[in-house]
Design a protein around this ligand. Structure first.
Ligand code: SF4
Length: 381
């Protein structure tokens, strides 16, 4: 595990809610100035130690709604309060339709060195279905502007599995993405979450989810197609041109490295305790105004919980679970303790051992949820 920590900043503002989204964000953009003040206070209050930081991530919500001056000030405060590694990765999520070339140039100057652009699709019908605020042309223009602004570390987010998706249609998105050739791609399967407008439509029978077998086929097709274009499938939803272009920030989550989470609804983890902030901008601002930390709750992780998390997170990755690391952390042999489960997985060709590691095959990743449940039963029952 890396000895350098991460910082995640949650920016809970969006121009309009997308119909599938269950991330915490609100559309009251007039609250941005007060939110920024509170955020600065939270960072200053919680940064008692001079922890080393090598990744900073502005996620959301729509971080590209923040004025660059505010982003610059936040980075300045973080730089004053923490020890920032020379090769720090500083990512900001960008929603096409909220930025122009000038904004992106200023972002670069402010110290952002990686962009994650929420393209989602190059098909206008699909974008409309998802309730996105931008068109395919605007997405392409944003990528072009990011390139012109000097960003060489660009990630594109795509979504697949909308109810009317076909393999041909999804391949069109992938083909367009590889033509643009970003250094990183995240391809997320659409899940219809309860409580979202799409979830409501599902309840009323107005939409039906894509058949799970079709979804699995799309997942495997994505991996193979991107593999042909030299994108390494290094995590279940993530692909990079070589190891150097992996998301350092997200890789640290999958390694269970400690992180600070600032802002409403942000989670923090310090290897023993996980805590999370109130999921309300108003409560967050009120708490910071009255000198209280905006923490809603915290939990102390038991060894069993940590073991389960490690298994779930590492099975998502290309490298899988490191036998030696597991044994030194939990004082038991992964291979012996889960012997029966592992035998079964291997017989079904869903996973394999290699170089003292255990990882799922592509077919195994299709069944990740079921496999995780089997491990959970062994650990908790
Ligand atoms: S822009 Fe992103 S965070 Fe905002 S509603 Fe859409 S998916 Fe959710």
């Amino acid at each position: 595990m890396c000895d350098q920590k991460s910082i995640y900043i949650h920016v809970p503002f969006c121009v309009k809610k997308c119909v599938y989204c269950d991330f915490y964000s609100e559309t009251h953009l007039s609250l941005i100035p007060d939110y920024i003040k509170s955020l600065q206070k939270e960072i200053e209050t919680r940064s008692g130690s001079k922890d080393k930081i090598n990744t900073i991530y502005f996620g959301g919500g729509t971080p590209s709604l923040l004025p660059v001056k505010d982003i610059e000030n936040l980075l300045q405060i973080i730089g004053d309060k923490f020890l920032i590694s020379r090769d720090v990765e500083v990512t900001l999520e960008v929603n096409p339709g909220t930025v122009d070339l000038n904004y992106l140039r200023q972002l670069k100057k402010a110290g952002i060195n990686r962009l994650s652009i929420g393209v989602q699709s190059f098909n206008n019908n699909k974008l409309r279905f998802l309730g996105r605020i931008h068109t395919a042309d605007q997405a392409v223009k944003t990528i072009d502007h990011a390139d012109k602004a000097g960003f060489d570390n660009i990630s594109i987010d795509l979504i697949y599995g909308v109810p009317f998706e076909t393999e041909t249609r999804w391949l069109e998105d992938l083909k367009q993405a590889v033509m643009i050739a970003p250094s990183h791609l995240s391809c997320y399967m659409l899940t219809i979450e309860p409580g979202t407008p799409l979830g409501e439509k599902l309840k009323k029978g107005l939409v039906s989810p894509l058949d799970s077998r079709v979804m699995s086929r799309l997942f495997k097709k994505t991996s193979r197609f991107l593999g042909e274009f030299k994108y390494e499938h290094y995590e279940i939803s993530n692909f990079s041109k070589g190891r150097q272009n992996r998301s350092k920030h997200n890789s640290k989550y999958w390694d269970m490295t400690p992180y600070y989470g600032f802002g409403p609804a942000a989670h923090s983890y310090d290897t023993k305790i996980r805590s999370w902030n109130h999921q309300s901008i108003e409560t967050y601002i009120k708490d910071m105004d009255s000198g209280r930390l905006p923490v809603k709750d915290r939990e102390i992780l038991t060894l069993d919980q940590k073991m389960m998390e490690m298994i779930m997170l590492r099975l998502r990755t290309l490298e899988g679970i490191d036998m030696n690391g597991f044994e030194s952390q939990f004082q038991i042999s992964f291979q012996n303790y889960f012997n029966e489960i592992l035998d079964h997985i291997r017989k079904e060709e869903l996973g394999r051992f290699q170089d003292k590691r255990f990882a799922l095959t592509l077919e195994g990743k299709v069944h990740l949820n079921n496999i995780s449940e089997v491990f959970a039963k062994k650990i908790f029952l």
